[in-house]
Write a protein that binds this ligand. Structure first.
Ligand SMILES: [Zn+2]
Length: 255
C-alpha cells in the first residue's frame, strides 16, 4: 500500500465558512442547523522517486502545538522534509491551510523541499476576488516562495502525474491522476469529495457551477471503472478511498 489518508477530524461548516470541530460521539447535528458535516483529509502517495501530498488540510495545531498534518505524516514514517510535490486542487482555505506554517519569521512553507502546483487561473481568481473561502496571506506566501508552479490547462507533471481542469467547484479547480507500477489513483478534490456524491445525484450550493460538478462526477466515475482506479475522497467521513462499480441504481463501492 503506498497511499495513506491523513484525516484531520470532522468539522461542520455553515454559510460563514468557519470550520467548527465536530465530535461524532458527543456532538449533535441538530445543534448545527444549515451546516455540512465533513472530514478534512489530505493524502500521501509514495512513488518510486516522489512523495506526494494531495492538498494540505486546515493547518490546525493539536494540543501539543504541532500541526496535525505533520503528526499524520510522521505516523507513516515520513517527515515534512520528505515531501517532494504538493498537488493542490484549488486554493480554498481548507485545502491549503497546511501548506504554510507560522514561524518567528512569519509564514513559511511547511514543505521546504517540495514544489507546489495549482492552476494559474485559480491563483488569479483567488487574489482578485474577495471571498471568505480564501486566505490571501497563505496564497501570497506560496506565490512569493518561488516554489509554486502555476499550471495552464491540462497536462502532465511527469510520466506518473497528470492534471486536468474540472471547473465546477471553482472555475479553475483541477483534478490529478497518479499512476505507479501497481495502481492508478484519482484525486478529484472538491468536485469528487465524497463517495455519496457519486451514489446520488447531487448539485452542491457551495459550487461555483454545481451542474458542471455533477456532470464531471459521472464522467470521473465511469472513467474510474474503466481504469480500475482508486478514488481518493478528501471530505469523506466514512470511506477515504475505494474502487467503485456500477449497478442498475448507479455507482457503488466495490468491496
Ligand atoms: Zn473548496
Amino acid at each position: 500500500m503506498s497511499v495513506f489518508a491523513l484525516p484531520e477530524g470532522s468539522y461542520t461548516i455553515a454559510q460563514d465558512k468557519v470550520f467548527v470541530p465536530f465530535n461524532i460521539d458527543t456532538d449533535d447535528m441538530k445543534d448545527r442547523p444549515a451546516s455540512l458535516l465533513i472530514e478534512i483529509q489530505p493524502f500521501l502517495i509514495e512513488l518510486k522517486n516522489d512523495l506526494l501530498l494531495c492538498d494540505t488540510g486546515l493547518g490546525y495545531l493539536n494540543e501539543q502545538g504541532e500541526m496535525t498534518l505533520f503528526k499524520n505524516i510522521k505516523r507513516h514514517g515520513f517527515v515534512p522534509e520528505n515531501i517532494t510535490k504538493v498537488l493542490l486542487t484549488h486554493l480554498h482555505f481548507d485545502h491549503v491551510g497546511g501548506a504554510v506554517q507560522k514561524t518567528l519569521d512569519g509564514l513559511q512553507l511547511s514543505f521546504p523541499n517540495a514544489i507546489y502546483y495549482v492552476q494559474r487561473g485559480e491563483y488569479e481568481r483567488a487574489v482578485s476576488h474577495a471571498s471568505k473561502s480564501y486566505r490571501i496571506e497563505i496564497i501570497e506566501t506560496l506565490y512569493h516562495s518561488g516554489k509554486l508552479i502555476l499550471l495552464d490547462g491540462d497536462g502532465k507533471i511527469n510520466d506518473e502525474i497528470s492534471y486536468e481542469i474540472t471547473g465546477g467547484h471553482t472555475e479553475f479547480h483541477q483534478a490529478y491522476t497518479i499512476k505507479n507500477q501497481d495502481e492508478i489513483y484519482f484525486f478529484g478534490g472538491d468536485v469528487l469529495p465524497d463517495l455519496y456524491q457519486l451514489m446520488r445525484k447531487f448539485v452542491a450550493k457551495y459550487d461555483y457551477d454545481g451542474k458542471t460538478s455533477a456532470e464531471k462526477r459521472v464522467e470521473f466515475g465511469n472513467r474510474s471503472i474503466e481504469q480500475n482506479s482508486i478514488l481518493l475522497f478528501y471530505h469523506s467521513i466514512k470511506v477515504p478511498l475505494c474502487k467503485i462499480m456500477k449497478t442498475e441504481v448507479g455507482f457503488r463501492r466495490r468491496l
